[in-house]
Design a protein around this ligand. Structure first.
Ligand SMILES: O=c1ccn([C@@H]2O[C@H](COP(=O)(O)OP(=O)(O)O[C@H]3OC[C@@H](O)[C@H](O)[C@H]3O)[C@@H](O)[C@H]2O)c(=O)[nH]1
Length: 383
C-alpha cells in the first residue's frame, strides 16, 4: 500500500509539468478529471465508498425495521390494544405499551389477528378451539405429538396461510414468536394417562415449564387447561375454585391429578414471579382475571343415568354392564361455576341430553366422515 502511494506521487509530478508547457485547452477541464480518475483507479475507491455507504444505510434501516417489528404488532389489533391497557394496570407486558404505537409499519408486515399457539390442538377440545380462533381471524400454530390427537381433526385448515401444524412433544423446548399460548397438550382420559404415568407427569411438569418459559420469553399470555380431577375425591360439594381438593398423591391416577396440580402451581408461580398471565379459555384469555376458573357443567347425573343417555343416543339395544369402579375415581363431582358466571358472564348452554348427540355426531364425522357435526363448536364449553 505504502509503495503504491509513493509510486502515484512520483507519476503525478511529471504529468503536471507536461501540462504547464502547453496552451490551455477548455475541454481538458472535463477530460482531465475523468482520465485522472481512471488512471489513478479512483473509480474503484468511489464504487467501494458507495457500496459501504449503502451497506451501512441498509443495516440502519433494517435495525429500525426490526424495532418496528417488535414494537408495533401487538398493538395493532384492537382486542390486544385493550388487553395491553389492562395488562399495564397490573404491570404485565407493560413493555408493549411503552413502545411506539404511532410508528409506521411496512404494509407487507401488517397482521390482522393475534399469533396463537395451541398445544394439544389436534385433540377434541383443542381442535374446536382452533376452529374458533381461525374463524375470528387469528393465526394459529398447533403443536401436538399426536399421542391421542389426530391430524384429521385440523386437516380442514391445511392450505390456510393462517394455520400451521407442528408435530412436537412439549417436553422438548420450542421457540416461537406468539402473543398467546393455550396449553392443552396432555393425555386426558384415564386409559391414556395411565398408559405411561411417568410420561404423563413429565408432560404436565416439563411440558408446562417449557410453555411457561416460552410465554415468559416472548411476553405471551398463557392459559392452562387443567381438570376437575385436581379436586380428587372431593370432600366439598359442589367444588369452588378455592377448594384445595382431596387427592391421593401416590395412586394410579396421581400422574394426571398431581401432574395437573403441579402444572397449576408452576403457572401461578410464573405469574407471581415472572409476570406471566393466567386466564381461562377464550373468554378467560381475553379477560382480566387471574387464577383458576371452573368451566364445566354443574348439572348432576349418576353414571347409570349417563349410561342410559348414551344408550338412547347411540344404540337402544346396547347393554349396560355393572363393573367395579377404577381406583381413586372420584365418587361425586360438581363444579361450582359462580365465579365464571359472575366474572366472565359464562355458563354452559347445552344440557347433557342435547349435548351428547352433538358429541356423538362430532365423533362420527371425525372417525367415519359420514355427516356434518352441527353445533360442534359448543363442545369447547365441556372442559
Ligand atoms: O404428550 C402429549 C400428550 C397429548 N398431546 C395431545 O394433547 C391432545 C389432548 O386431546 P384429547 O382429545 O386427548 O383430550 P381433550 O381434548 O379432552 O383434553 C383437553 O381437556 C382436558 C385437559 O386435561 C387436557 O389438557 C385438554 O387437552 C391430543 O391432541 C394429544 O395428541 C400432546 O400433544 N402431547
Amino acid at each position: 500500500m505504502g509503495s503504491e502511494l509513493i509510486y502515484r506521487g512520483h507519476e503525478a509530478q511529471p504529468t503536471l509539468d507536461a501540462y504547464s508547457s502547453k496552451p490551455p485547452k477548455p475541454w481538458l477541464a472535463v477530460t482531465r478529471p475523468i482520465r485522472y480518475v481512471l488512471r489513478e483507479k479512483r473509480l474503484v475507491f468511489v464504487l467501494v465508498g458507495i457500496a459501504i455507504a449503502t451497506l451501512v444505510f441498509s443495516l440502519l434501516s433494517a435495525h429500525h425495521g426490526n424495532n418496528n417489528h417488535y414494537q408495533i404488532p401487538d398493538l395493532r389489533d384492537s382486542r390486544f390494544l385493550s388487553e395491553s391497557t389492562q395488562l399495564t394496570h397490573r404491570g404485565i407486558h407493560s413493555g408493549f405499551v411503552s413502545f411506539h404505537p404511532g410508528g409506521k409499519m411496512p404494509l407487507g408486515l401488517k397482521r390482522k389477528g393475534l399469533r396463537i399457539v395451541v398445544t394439544g390442538g389436534a385433540g377434541f377440545v383443542g381442535s374446536h378451539l382452533v376452529d374458533r380462533l381461525i374463524a375470528r381471524g387469528d393465526s394459529v400454530i398447533v403443536v401436538d405429538n399426536f399421542f391421542t390427537g389426530r391430524k384429521e381433526n385440523v386437516m380442514h385448515h391445511f392450505g390456510n396461510p393462517n394455520f400451521e401444524l407442528i408435530r412436537h412433544d412439549v417436553v422438548e423446548p420450542l421457540l416461537l414468536e406468539v402473543d398467546q399460548i393455550y396449553h392443552l397438550a396432555c393425555p386426558a382420559s384415564p386409559v391414556h394417562y395411565k398408559f405411561n404415568p411417568v410420561k404423563t407427569i413429565k408432560t404436565n411438569v416439563v411440558g408446562t415449564l417449557n410453555m411457561l418459559g416460552l410465554a415468559k420469553r416472548v411476553g405471551a399470555r398463557f392459559l392452562l387447561t387443567s381438570t376437575s380431577e385436581v379436586y380428587g375425591d372431593p370432600l366439598q360439594h359442589p367444588q369452588v375454585e378455592t377448594y384445595w381438593g382431596n387427592v391421593n398423591p401416590i395412586g394410579v391416577r396421581s400422574c394426571y391429578d398431581e401432574g395437573k396440580r403441579t402444572a397449576e402451581t408452576l403457572t401461578m408461580d410464573y405469574h407471581r414471579g415472572a409476570n406471566v398471565e393466567v386466564e381461562g379459555l377464550m373468554r378467560l384469555m381475553e379477560g382480566e382475571h387471574v387464577g383458576p376458573f371452573n368451566l364445566g357443567n354443574p348439572g348432576e347425573f349418576t353414571m347409570l343415568e349417563l349410561a342410559q343417555v348414551v344408550q338412547e343416543t347411540i344404540d337402544p339395544n346396547a347393554k349396560i354392564e355393572f363393573r367395579p369402579n377404577t381406583e381413586d375415581d372420584p365418587h361425586k363431582r360438581k363444579p361450582d361455576i359462580t365465579k365464571a358466571k359472575d366474572l366472565l358472564g359464562w355458563e354452559p348452554k347445552v344440557p347433557l341430553r342435547k349435548g351428547l348427540p352433538l358429541m356423538v355426531s362430532d365423533f362420527r364425522q371425525r372417525i367415519f366422515g359420514d355427516h356434518k357435526a352441527e353445533g360442534a363448536s359448543t363442545a369447547t364449553s365441556l372442559v
